[in-house]
Design a protein around this ligand. Sequence first.
Ligand SMILES: Cc1cc2nc3c(=O)[nH]c(=O)nc-3n(C[C@H](O)[C@H](O)[C@H](O)COP(=O)(O)OP(=O)(O)OC[C@H]3O[C@@H](n4cnc5c(N)ncnc54)[C@H](O)[C@@H]3O)c2cc1C
Length: 515
Amino acid sequence: MTNTGAVLIIGGGHNGLACAAYLARAGRPVTVIEAAERVGGMAATREFVTGYRASCAHLLYLLDESVAGDLSLASHGLRLAATELQTVALDPGGEHLLMAPDGLEGGGLGDRDRAAWPEYQRRMSKFAAYLGTLRSQAPPRITNRREDLLALGALAWRLRRMGRDDMREFLRIAGINIHDLLNEYFDSSLLKGALGFDAVLGAFAGPRSNNTVFTALHRRSGAGNGYSVVEGGMGAVTDALAAAATAAGATIRTGVRVQRIESDGLTVSGVELDDGERLAASTIVSNADPKTTMLKLLGARHLEAETARRFHRLRTSGCTAKLHLALDGLPEISGLAAEHLDQRLLIAPGPGYLDRAFNPCKYGEFSRQPAMEIILPSVVDPSLAPSGRHVLSAVVQYAPYRLEGGWEAGKPAFLEAILDTLEGYAPGIRPLIVGSELLTPPDIENLFGATGGHWHHAELSLDQFLMLRPAPRAAQYRMPVDGLYLCSAGCHPGGGVMGSAGRNAARAVLGGAKK
Ligand SMILES: Cc1cc2nc3c(=O)[nH]c(=O)nc-3n(C[C@H](O)[C@H](O)[C@H](O)COP(=O)(O)OP(=O)(O)OC[C@H]3O[C@@H](n4cnc5c(N)ncnc54)[C@H](O)[C@@H]3O)c2cc1C
């Protein structure tokens, strides 16, 4: 066996890289083993058609500011091509709605909508900020140890500090569905569709599903510049993290897959790679999703039956697809001024539309009229496409992980349904398309190794959050087998490019977090 040093990290997604950087800065010898030819995982920028580049995750809005600051990501090359994007809720009739935190424009809104907006924003921002504060630490354990009781008390105290009315409101709405909440505030279908869509992006949920106020809050829990487009695609974030890690002394190997974690059931001793090479390590941090790590790489036989069952039961079926179009020129969207093509465009014109888009997914069918979050990143970052050409990047819902009849047969029809939907808003877009890539959840699973191709590695919902994520007694990054840690989106605080799980896992390794 080759001895690679003290800490071995499986996976060079953004969390694995953040973890590597923190550990290397603390003086630990670190080796990252990444299966793909390049680092970045779901955030990597890839060439999808010759000369055209895009990243699966496409907007930056959750990055933990302290991670960006600690690791000096700006000095390692991270640049934003655009910040504070406005959201434009596209209306099929061309009466689009421009949404900014401080006001709403267009969309044929009534007085009640305009009057309710500031209070909705105030409350949701305050509640989201509370969730944001939970990110920076490992969830407390449910024990009678003093430090755990204090951590639990601090959590409750921060909630109480919201003030009595806001705290009550938070407790009332955190578990309910976004559809009911939006009806309490607004009349406009367009507005409710857009806000509802934000609550269900990346989730196996429709606007009437439980927990969707919680998922809406999670999505808003980042501080900083709102939605940003990163120069060079989101892969520039992961490249900056990789640069920070290597500058601190970490070694990154790409194009090698970890096949197996070696363990006697009590402690880990190393990994076996797909080429048969074995690397010794007494500390292993996995950036792979929890199911892959615990049930495939480690193996359920090394876990107590109840622990294995908990990992097995994790809900991990993704329902989000990603479309990348290589375009010959800029599309026109009916009723939208060209200068708004650099904003965040939503197709979710009403809660009913969203519900109808979600329903087929429950039965293994794709949406015939999907909901979409669209950006044209090449408008603000021309490096992503050949001169004068453009990239359209769209997150598309809904696409079930298991499609009736299989994706091989179903994918062309799904692509047609998406393009038909796009044509409804951007007539004439089809002739501009010179190439495309549609990633279904199984494609995302194959490309990035995440079970179910899930945005969060495991559904983000109240039953899979905080000290329940990914499983009770395994929610503080340290796993029940000595020396094994998790650092991915499947851990607290969930998915999105934030780096918090990577940073928190590094702290657990350095602090020798207790079981
Ligand atoms: C369609 C879609 C759109 C999204 N859009 C956004 C967005 O706009 N903004 C946003 O913030 N978030 C977005 N997300 C979510 C975000 O991309 C993920 O939550 C985040 O990238 C997860 O990061 P991670 O480092 O935890 O895991 P990953 O990015 O999944 O990285 C895990 C890494 O581990 C490697 N790996 C796995 N198994 C092995 C093995 N056995 N050996 C070696 N290496 C291995 C993988 O190759 C991969 O590189 C989106 C997700 C999807 C699916």
